[in-house]
Design a protein around this ligand. Structure first.
Ligand SMILES: [Zn+2]
Length: 347
């Protein structure tokens, strides 16, 4: 079978091209080769396009974008046991060093040497095929579409966040930010046992979508009082968990006001600059504060929840582009259109 030889290449800041980009890749005994079917566009991909860097990661040479992917296994290495040619799969985009201390301690997402797709200088997967370790490739059951499979990566962030929060049945949560990570975090919180979630954002179209996803109250803090909404939902006590998914400086400064005494704040959104928060406001509530970076050990759980129906990500996929229109897709994503949550590209 002939595959499209092109890849979506970020040549440098602000310049994308869909062009041939030969890569030397060798299938090892524990690897599989996957034909890519669907790739989600992530905020980080867009940020590399518009800014050329995220923190210490700077684009210094042409790099293929994309890290939220699902596809079909087309070749397996000699030692691969769990996957076969024809299996539909999604891939965890970060590959840790198994000799690293972080890996041995079970926190492989914190391995400083982690190799992660579309993080300079590592190429991403907006291309026809990729070689990936069997250990980080997960079979999709028949009822999980490629589109949903490509949502496992951002969903993993939400599932990791609710795992770190240690949600208890009946908790009430506040999610700040109704982008893909915020809404997937809300769905993960509900699946983990939250009775109710309040979602705040200033985009009314995203809030309208949020309201259709389950036991969710949408609040636009520019139009109504977020603290009043929290009090109304919690008998004046405050929410058990605040998920800060916006990365916004002002939002981060006030995360303890809606929190209940003894509650937990989870910082999920990545701020672009250092931000401050009110320690004394946290102290009087003995707030626990967690920070999450990507995820570890959650891809199979995400696939299981998509398969069982306890999480449905389909409503969040708001626009799909063909591979040939990848550059246009990124231009659309970079313009941050109202109401758009997750855009995907199909190969
Ligand atoms: Zn992503």
């Amino acid at each position: 079978m002939a595959y499209d030889p092109r890849a979506l290449v970020l040549e440098r800041k602000g310049v994308l091209s869909l062009r041939e980009f030969p890569l030397e890749e060798k299938l090892g005994p524990h690897d599989v080769r996957v034909a890519i079917h669907t790739v989600g566009i992530c905020g980080s991909d867009v940020h590399y396009y518009t800014h050329g860097a995220i923190g210490p990661f700077v684009v210094r040479a042409p790099m293929i974008l994309g890290h939220e992917a699902a596809g079909t296994v087309i070749e397996v290495g000699g030692a691969v046991k769990s996957l076969r040619v024809g299996d539909r799969v999604c891939m965890e985009p970060g590959i840790p060093n198994p000799m690293s201390r972080a890996y041995r301690e079970g926190r492989y997402n914190l391995d400083p040497d982690l190799v992660f797709w579309a993080t300079p200088p590592v190429h991403g997967v907006l291309r026809s095929t990729v070689i990936h370790p069997e250990a980080f490739t997960f079979r999709l059951p028949d009822q999980v579409s490629f589109a949903a499979g490509a949502m496992v990566e951002p969903l993993a962030v939400g599932v990791h966040a609710v795992t770190r929060a240690a949600v208890a049945p009946g908790n009430v949560a506040l999610v700040i930010g109704a982008g893909p990570i915020g809404l997937l975090n809300a769905l993960a919180a509900l699946a983990a046992g939250c009775a109710h979630v309040i979602v705040s954002d200033i985009d009314d179209d995203k809030l309208a979508l949020a309201a259709t996803l389950g036991s969710i109250t949408p609040v636009n803090p520019l139009k109504s009082d977020l603290l009043e909404a929290v009090k109304a939902a919690t008998d004046g006590w405050g929410v058990d968990v605040v998920y800060e998914c916006s990365g916004n400086e002002r939002a981060a400064a006030s995360v303890f006001a809606p929190l209940c005494p003894g509650g937990v704040v989870v910082f999920v959104g990545i701020p672009l600059a250092p931000i401050a928060y009110d320690v004394s406001a946290a102290q009087v509530k003995e707030a626990r504060v967690e920070h999450v970076f990507r995820y570890a050990h959650v891809f199979p759980k995400c696939v299981a929840m998509l398969a069982s129906g306890s999480i449905d990500v389909a409503p969040l996929i708001t626009r799909v582009f063909p591979f040939g229109e990848s550059v246009e897709a990124f231009e659309a994503a970079a313009s941050a259109p109202r109401g758009q949550v997750k855009m995907q590209i199909e190969l």
